[in-house]
Design a protein around this ligand. Structure first.
Ligand SMILES: Cc1ncc(COP(=O)(O)O)c(C=O)c1O
Length: 492
């Protein structure tokens, strides 16, 4: 945590030029086996009698074809065909692209995935946890981790991250709390944390990994929102550097690959059996992975490793600092920063405007200024400074915030009594799997207080749970259930 705050103090646009010393960054363009294979496939078409049935765009609605372009349809294919390789087992250009990614991320093995980080979390749970295993998990985990627990039958032992009540978001996980939990529960077999949080708050993963090593318990880090860290030494240290055993990266979120494409890394010193993980992926992953998505991972890895990509990351950081400085000077606007005692990824900017809930601010920006932000909590909004954003775009946002902060926008009455960001501690009655597969009934939510929940209630974004199967439904959950009139509960 301190590291990040120190880095923030030292920030100025000049020292942002210093990137990780890595041979890949010295190359203007890096080798892209999958992009190359796809180009060859496009340039030398053969007569095809295989899936996908639209056969390079010939069998689709004209208006769809003109909407997305014939090139996209031409390249819409899956593995097995046309010398592009296979994903499971890994072969050909796909295998080569994965190996290059593994080298860049410094992992023992990197898997390309087309089912998002969701499939990575599911597969890790499926491969590495067993019925009744005790798994220490940060409560701010994504719902895919819980779905994994339902699949395997393991029992989550919740570690509550610090709550930043003024911002209605979760903060960091305390390594000492984890240490205490491991000391008192020698049967915990795995630790699973999310870092950074969706809003960019960073936990001290180095200390968490040290604790895990001390107790010889493996560590999974869901770093879905932190894949850029590998490519800049002014962003936090990666979980792979910190000593995690497996790390999940949603390259499609901030790394520039296409939506749904992700990576799962097994670290060099991992205590996990790579083949077990691969086997679980093989069972859970689609058998028709989109080559477009896989190729976008190859392209993203090459881009982020190139000088141009590194400049884009530097710009994302510069733009974030530029925006942070100016936004915090607007009367009525507060930006979450290191002065709040929080370590964070600077490219994720969380702010609030006096007198407006986060959700109301989000809707004003969208309806009155045509600005779409990443998400909103009860208190504030999340803005991402991405590798694809420009400083001009941040000026547009600053202009809008200036106008909003100096106007008298009322918060809307309909938002009263509704909450969006669950910061509730669970009362666990039974395991998620046991409850999920028990006999259920669907009842009015008002009548559900005091009953045991039988479904996963996790609003997206950020996909953090309000209630899980096996947890007691309490009065304090009601404000988070505005989208529900009925809930699945266990039969009495
Ligand atoms: C921390 C975290 N992990 C995993 C996921 C799932 O990622 P995906 O949408 O790539 O399946 C998300 C999605 O928002 C997330 O926030």
């Amino acid at each position: 945590m301190c590291i990040m705050i120190m880095k923030m103090k030292d920030f100025n646009s000049k020292n942002l030029i210093s990137f990780k010393e890595n041979a890949f960054f010295e190359q203007e363009e890096t080798y892209t086996p999958l992009v190359n294979a796809m180009r060859a496939y496009k340039e030398s078409p053969c007569t095809g009698f295989h899936i996908p049935g639209h056969n390079r765009g010939q069998g689709v609605l004209d208006s769809f074809s003109s909407l997305i372009g014939i090139d996209a349809l031409n390249l819409d294919t899956t593995d097995e065909f046309d010398n592009l390789g296979t994903l499971f087992p890994s072969s050909g250009a796909i295998d080569e692209a994965q190996r290059l990614a593994s080298k860049v991320f410094n992992s023992k093995r990197t898997f390309f995935l087309t089912g998002g980080s969701t499939i990575a979390n599911l597969a890790l749970a499926f491969a590495l946890t067993h019925p009744n295993d005790k798994i220490a998990i940060g409560r701010n985990c994504h719902r895919s981790v819980l779905s994994g627990m339902i699949i395997s039958g393991a029992n989550p032992q919740w570690i509550m991250p610090k709550k930043l009540d003024d911002w209605a978001i979760y903060g960091a996980l305390n390594p000492l709390e984890l240490q205490d939990r491991l000391e008192k529960n020698s049967d915990i077999s795995l630790v699973w944390v999310t870092n950074p949080t969706y809003e960019g708050v960073v936990s001290d993963v180095e200390a968490i990994a040290r604790v895990c090593h001390e107790f010889d318990v493996p560590l999974i880090v869901d770093e879905a929102h932190g894949c850029l860290w590998n490519f800049s030494n002014v962003l936090p240290k990666t979980a792979l550097e910190c000593g995690a055993d497996a790390v999940v990266h949603s390259l499609h979120k901030t790394g520039g690959s296409m939506t749904q494409s992700s990576m799962l890394h097994i670290s060099k010193n991992s205590r996990f059996d790579v083949h077990k993980v691969e086997h679980a992926l093989k069972l859970l992953h689609t058998t028709s992975p989109s080559l477009l998505l896989l190729t976008s991972l190859d392209a993203a890895r090459a881009y982020l490793s190139s000088k141009k990509g590194n400049l884009a990351i530097k710009n994302a950081i510069d733009n974030a600092l530029y925006f942070r400085e100016r936004a915090s000077k607007i009367n009525g606007v507060k930006v979450l920063n290191s002065l709040s005692g929080v370590a964070f990824d600077v490219t994720k900017i969380f702010l609030k405007v006096d007198g407006l809930s986060g959700k109301r601010l989000e809707s004003i920006l969208e309806l009155d200024f045509s600005i779409e932000i990443e998400s909103a909590s009860d208190e504030g909004i999340l803005i991402l400074s991405n590798i694809g954003n420009t400083q001009e775009e941040f000026n547009v946002l600053l202009n809008a915030l200036n106008k909003i902060a100096s106007s008298n926008y009322p918060d809307l009455a309909y938002l009263e009594g509704i909450k969006f960001m669950p910061l509730t501690a669970p009362k666990v009655v039974m395991s998620p799997r046991e409850a999920y597969f028990s006999k259920k009934e669907r009842i009015n939510k008002q009548d559900a207080i005091g009953r045991i929940c039988a479904e996963v209630i996790a609003l997206c974004p950020p996909g953090i749970s309000v209630l899980l199967p096996g947890e007691l439904i309490c009065e304090h959950h009601l404000p988070y259930l505005s989208d529900f009139s009925e809930i699945d509960v266990l039969e009495k």
